[in-house]
Design a binder for this molecule. Structure first.
Ligand code: NAD
Length: 252
C-alpha cells in the first residue's frame, strides 16, 4: 500500500492500460479520479475499483478540450484536495495507411488527442502540483515514440511529441519536487490493438513490416500497470525524464 491515501488522476481509464492501472493504483491505496470520454466504460472502471474496496470518482472528459481538462482537475481538487499522481494516458490509434494517403482531418484527430490532450493535462495538473511542491506524472508514449513505425506516421509523430513533452517538462519541474516520466508500451492486448487487427482485416492492407512480438505474445494491460504503479510511487524517487520501454523486447 505504498500509495495509501494518495490521489491519482488517470485519463483513458475506461479501457486497456488506463483501466488496469486505475485498478492497480487503487489496490496500492490511491483514491482514483477515473477520466474517460466514454461514460459507460469509465463508470465500469470505477465500479471495479469500488468492488475491491477502493475509492474514487468518475469524470467524463474529452482530453483534447481545454475546458474538459480544467474540469477534471477541478473535480479532483474539489473532491480530494490535491493530485499526487497523474497518469496522462488517453490516446488513439491512426488508420493504418501509407503517409501520402493520410488525410488532413485524420492528422488533426490524432494530434488533438495524443499531443494536445497530453499537453493540456500536463499544463493544468502541473499548476496544482507546483503549488503542492510534489507529484509524479506518467505520460503514455509508445515504442512508436522512439523508433519509426511503418504505416503509422502520424501516430508515431504524436508519440515522439509525447516523449519531447516528457523530457522538456521533467527538466522544467525537476527542482519543484515533481517527477515526470513516460512509458513506452509495445503491443498490448487492448481495444486499441484489436482495432488495428480489424483494420487489416477490413482494408486488406498489411504493412510491409509488422512489429515483431519477440515474446510471441502481446502484453497484458496489467503488465504495464506494474510500471505505472512503480513510477507513481516513491520507489521511483530518483527517476525523472525517463522514457521507459515496457515492450517485451519489441525494439531489440
Ligand atoms: P484503449 O483503446 O483500450 O483505451 C483508451 C481509452 O482512452 C479508452 O477508454 C477511450 O475511451 C479513451 N479515450 C480515447 N480518446 C479519448 C479522449 N479524447 N478523451 C478521453 N478519453 C479518451 O487503448 P490502450 O491500448 O489502453 O491505450 C492507452 C494508451 O497506450 C494510448 O495512449 C495508446 O496510444 C498507448 N499505447 C498502446 C499500445 C497498445 O499496444 N495497446 C502500445 C503503445 C502505446
Amino acid at each position: 500500500m505504498d500509495l495509501l491515501n494518495k490521489i491519482a488522476v488517470v485519463t483513458g481509464a475506461g479501457s486497456g492500460i488506463g483501466r488496469a492501472s486505475s485498478i492497480k493504483l487503487a489496490s496500492n491505496g490511491a483514491k482514483v479520479v477515473v477520466v474517460d470520454f466514454n461514460k459507460e466504460t469509465g463508470e465500469e472502471t470505477l465500479h471495479l475499483i469500488k468492488e475491491q474496496g477502493g475509492e474514487g470518482i468518475f469524470v467524463q472528459a474529452d482530453v483534447s478540450k481545454s475546458e474538459d481538462v480544467q474540469n477534471y482537475v477541478k473535480a479532483a481538487i474539489e473532491t480530494f484536495g490535491r493530485i499526487d499522481v497523474f497518469f496522462n494516458n488517453a490516446g488513439i490509434i491512426q488508420r493504418i495507411s501509407p503517409l501520402t494517403e493520410i488525410d488532413d482531418a485524420e492528422y488533426d484527430r490524432i494530434m488533438s488527442v495524443n499531443v494536445k490532450g497530453v499537453f493540456l493535462g500536463l499544463k493544468y495538473v502541473l499548476k496544482v502540483m507546483e503549488g503542492q511542491g510534489s507529484g509524479s506524472i506518467i505520460n503514455t508514449a509508445s515504442t512508436a515514440g522512439v523508433r519509426s513505425e511503418h504505416s503509422l506516421a502520424v501516430y508515431s509523430a504524436s508519440k515522439h511529441a509525447v516523449v519531447g513533452l516528457t523530457k522538456s517538462a521533467s527538466l522544467e519541474y525537476v527542482k519543484k519536487g515533481i517527477r515526470i516520466n513516460a512509458i513506452c508500451p509495445g503491443g498490448v492486448q487492448t481495444a486499441l490493438t484489436n482495432s488495428v487487427t480489424e483494420m487489416f482485416e477490413t482494408n486488406g492492407y498489411v504493412p510491409d513490416e509488422l512489429p515483431n512480438m519477440r515474446m510471441g505474445r502481446y502484453a497484458a494491460p496489467e503488465e504495464l500497470a506494474e510500471m505505472v504503479a512503480f513510477l507513481a510511487s516513491d520507489r521511483a524517487s530518483y527517476m525523472t525524464g525517463s522514457i521507459v520501454l515496457v515492450d517485451g523486447g519489441l525494439t531489440l
